[in-house]
Design a protein around this ligand. Sequence first.
Ligand code: NAG
Ligand code: NAG
Ligand code: NAG
Ligand code: NAG
Ligand code: NAG
Ligand code: NAG
Length: 732
Amino acid sequence: MSFSILLLSAIQLLSSFCPVTCGYNHAKADDASQLRVYIVHVLPPSNAPNAGPTDLESYYKSFLPDSISESGETRLIYSYSEVLSGFAAKLTQDEVDSMAKNPGFVRAYPDMLIPLLTTHTPDFLGLHQGRGLWQPSGLGKGVIIGVLDTGLHATHPSFNDDGVPPPPSKWKGSCEFPAGCNNKLIGAKTFNNSGSGAPDDGDGHGTHTASTAAGNFVQRVESFGLASGTSAGMAPHAHLAIYKVCGPAGCSTSDVLAGLDEAVKDGVDVLSLSLGGSSVPFYLDPIAIGAFGATEKGILVTCAAGNSGPSDSTLSNEAPWILTVAASSVDRNFRSIVTLGNGEKLYGESLNQPKSFKPSSLPLVYPNEGACTVDFANIFGKVVLCDADVDEYGVTASIKDAGGAAVIFLNDNSSAYSIVLRDLEFPSPKLTYEDASKVKRYVNTTRNPTASITFNGTILGVSPAPVVAYFSSRGPSTATPGILKPDISGPGLNIMAAWPVQPETGENGTKTFNIISGTSMATPHLSGIAALIKSAHPDWSPAAIKSAIMTTSYVVGDNRKPIPDEQHLPASFFAMGAGHVNPSNAADPGLIYDLDVDDYIRYLCGLYNGALVDRNVGGVIRRRISCSKFGSISEAELNYPSLVLPPGSTVNRTVTNVGKANDVYRVEVEAPKGAKVTVTPATLTFSKVKEKKTFTVRVTGGKSGLAGNLRWISGRHVVRSPIVIVGDAKDL
Ligand SMILES: *[C@@H]1O[C@H](CO)[C@@H](O)[C@H](O)[C@H]1NC(C)=O
Ligand SMILES: *[C@@H]1O[C@H](CO)[C@@H](O)[C@H](O)[C@H]1NC(C)=O
Ligand SMILES: *[C@@H]1O[C@H](CO)[C@@H](O)[C@H](O)[C@H]1NC(C)=O
Ligand SMILES: *[C@@H]1O[C@H](CO)[C@@H](O)[C@H](O)[C@H]1NC(C)=O
Ligand SMILES: *[C@@H]1O[C@H](CO)[C@@H](O)[C@H](O)[C@H]1NC(C)=O
Ligand SMILES: *[C@@H]1O[C@H](CO)[C@@H](O)[C@H](O)[C@H]1NC(C)=O
């Protein structure tokens, strides 16, 4: 597995519901007198709801036993003001236990690591210079994208500022690079509770994601001699603000919260987070909490859906105020053809395509049924078959040492048609599960099996495309089953983008662009596209931008068939979200499903409707709340652009006209099989821009899991919302 995917699949966060003294009970095995970093949630100061940062800091300090521990360490690490009511501090468990007696205490848990979730893409998405969404948005001019990641390789050519104006006056951030920043890279800061240093990217992940979102134009880019062309991010003239909150091991909760807090203060417009833990209730989820604070300030937060697919209910970052991004393929292959001794040709892919490799017939071996863990004594000059997702780097190194000619990696039934490429610096084609089965059958039935390999470079126009990648995490959501998640899919398989120059690796010592995979790579595509929309419509709320992206997405692929998943079966909405992003249409959606902070609060009051509801909702929204006074709604009633409906339910939705003043929309329902969906009224007539109209959706019958679509159609717009039935009719 590639680095980024590995990091995501190793996720561990708080896993169970814990009401008050959450989290730290899990650490009982540790020495209760050992000092460690805790995140502490507290009630906001009651007498000063609008306390400034200094007041807050002294309030937070009042929870601490002293400002310096016995061992001489400063207790308070971060004092949060924008996105969390609370702080990060060095404490022992015993000290947390006694702090819990303070009436303002809500909960505390130890700092944890959140994993990172790890180009041609502009063309594939219909972005071309001089037309498409790049036209009305001025390439993202004036919009600031904040990226929380592993830092940035600031001298990379993708971060040149040709054509980028100075940052808007609202920008308050600063630059910690000794060499300073420029109009493209307007700010950069490090948040590391156990160290310090410039926000340099020692990893590559942060440089890759930032350049995907907003890299400027770079001519004649290639990697591995493949994929040559002009490189650009989604919003080539947007500004970048970098918050280094992750290191090689992952990103600590306290640092992520500090980065979010700072980004909100600095004045970013869009946030991009290619990281995430496993599903927990939102009041225990630092990204959900931090994203709520950002949303309240008008910032759209885009997050990776996770790399734990293809199993169900494997999502990260599920809150409805977050744009949750799934990963799919693009129409590009790095083709490598394996011709078996019987003449059968199998079309695989490889990043390493040595020109010196001779396409002659070579003996083919299949050591311990693909496990490739035994000795490689007898493989000199042979082609070795190995299962994909063994330690591909380690196995390849052993085969190289033993004088093997090449390795062919074989997908299993879970990765199926998704080929995830890795830089193995060795001839290493990888085959789909279907082709892997053919090779295995051939080897099994042939006395002296042989194969020859040719490398055929970059192929465009590959069909089908897009295809949801096997690793992309799937719904239904665990944290909020009544909201359809993920929200959207974008390119995340074998994506080329900027990479720090690492003299010890790469061809002839320079790898300034690299090809990697993950929902980490899909996320900055969406944050860049969100920046383009924000640039074209500066007054749109985060929910409006989300709605525009979701309702204009597409579900039919290049071959006029439904977008498939890794098995080449029609992808469900729980795999691809509402559909695949269509940037050109997203700037002109016609209607939007808007939401404000009060809507989210009523939703939270409904979601946590139990004894601790006020405490749990308060933990997310950073203020004291009485849900019984404020009111609550069910998940289905949230004015979300997609619908998860129990059979027999009736919900309202309200749309806002953002197209031309006078327009008429009529409804078209593609009901889930066996269900009847009635929409009233069936026609919506608008006479003003920003006019709102409410309609009612009633569902009867239908079986859990079946899906359909609701479309509002006018002369120039189609506004599509997916409908998924959950629960069975007999429950009613
Ligand atoms: C923080 O700094 C420490 C000490 O320099 C370093 O070991 C660690 O990797 C850094 N962590 C991050 C997330 O950068
Ligand atoms: C492969 O996985 C799919 C989806 O889980 C399943 O339907 C199919 O039966 C599996 N095929 C084989 C050969 O195991
Ligand atoms: C190869 O042959 C063996 C023995 O005939 C059989 O058990 C095995 O399932 C076969 N494997 C494949 C992949 O066909
Ligand atoms: C693949 O490349 C080889 C030479 O490396 C060439 O002979 C062959 O025609 C190519 N095949 C395709 C399908 O492009
Ligand atoms: C690497 O350098 C060698 C020697 O200068 C040259 O022949 C070769 O083409 C270079 N390879 C690439 C990919 O640039
Ligand atoms: C839905 O809208 C209709 C018509 O505007 C209204 O009468 C009804 O009370 C609404 N229902 C809900 C559940 O809000």
